[in-house]
Design a protein around this ligand. Structure first.
Ligand SMILES: [Zn+2]
Length: 315
């Protein structure tokens, strides 16, 4: 039921039709298996094959063949059934060079290489002034801490887990989102007011730093922050740059990050429904004021969260 509810929230048009289809199929297929073809086409993010975007790569007809297994570099990628076709959903790192790339895939027992093109995108430069210069020009101790945390976070981002009830089996008490769409994690007054600074090349207090790997959503301190989809809390922590942060694993390489929280309300291992509160907005870590830094990670790559939110304006 959770997966169906999230789907209805995410897709205003035709949701009731899908609910009906889902109900009728569920009646004849009581248990969903992760390796079985999904019951219905899933809702996908908007494709944008640029660094920081998501490519959809067609892997053939889904009707009779088992779900293909696909890799982009060293990273396993999610493969979904949509409209009777297998499609790989490939997160593209911000530092990927534009041009031709390829997936390695096992399709119907055959090893294949499937090429796809990545276009160019020029992200704007953003200058940020921070009152606390120690978050920009780090002491030796802070530098060491930040490096250790960066290594931990890099590992978290590579997480790949297949949940047994990936297709959403309500009877088991958990229902991980099989649709690769997300809810805006800041509801209420600021809902829909998504920022536009993903990918910006940033200069803090005059110092060039790594491109912005998430989306900043302005909101008052204490505003509830909600899980963008059903999932399991992968990690929580107090990080030098991200401040109080929560990582949620949505399965098969889709992970969301909520950073700079004033307070964390969940613990690692907690199983969350879409929309469940994970904490409240704050300004912990490297932040110029209260806001949510929302990260979306797909197969280890930080990608533009706006691609996953159906109501978001086109960039
Ligand atoms: Zn941010």
């Amino acid at each position: 039921m959770l997966a169906a509810a999230a789907f209805a929230l995410a897709l205003p048009a035709g949701a009731s039709e899908f609910d009906t289809k889902l109900a009728s199929v569920s009646a004849t297929v009581p248990t969903a298996r992760a390796d079985a073809p999904p019951m219905r086409p899933v809702a996908l993010p908007r494709a944008l094959a640029v660094p920081g975007g998501v490519a959809r790569v067609d892997l053939g007809a889904a009707s009779s063949s088992p779900r293909p297994i696909a890799w982009f570099g060293e990273a396993r990628v999610r493969v979904l059934d949509t409209d009777g076709r297998w499609q790989a959903l490939v997160g593209l790192p911000l530092d990927l060079r534009p041009g031709r790339h390829e997936l390695r895939a096992t399709v119907d027992g055959q090893e294949r290489r499937v090429g796809f093109l990545v276009g160019n995108k020029d992200y704007p430069v953003q200058r940020v002034t921070l009152p606390d210069d120690r978050r920009v020009r780090l002491s030796a101790a802070d530098e060491e801490r930040a490096e250790q945390e960066a290594a931990q976070i890099a590992l978290l981002k590579k997480t790949w887990r297949e949940f047994p009830d990936f297709a959403g089996n309500a009877a088991s008490g958990t229902a991980f989102a099989r649709d690769a769409l997300l809810l805006n994690p800041v509801a209420g007054r600021d809902a829909g007011k998504l920022g536009s600074n993903f990918g910006n090349r940033r200069i803090f207090n005059g110092e060039p730093r790594a491109p912005h790997s998430g989306l900043d959503i302005a909101a008052a301190r204490g505003t509830p922050v909600r899980a963008a989809a059903a999932g399991e809390v992968l990690a929580t922590g107090d990080y030098f740059f991200s401040g109080n942060a929560v990582f949620i694993d949505h399965g098969e390489g889709l992970i969301t990050l909520y950073a700079h929280l004033d307070r964390i309300d969940v613990a690692p291992g907690d199983v969350l429904a879409a929309g469940q509160r994970v904490g409240v907005v704050g300004a912990t870590g490297r932040a110029s004021g209260p806001h949510l830094h929302w990260g979306v990670i797909l197969n280890g790559a930080s990608v533009d969260p706006r691609l996953f939110v159906p109501a978001a304006p086109k960039s």
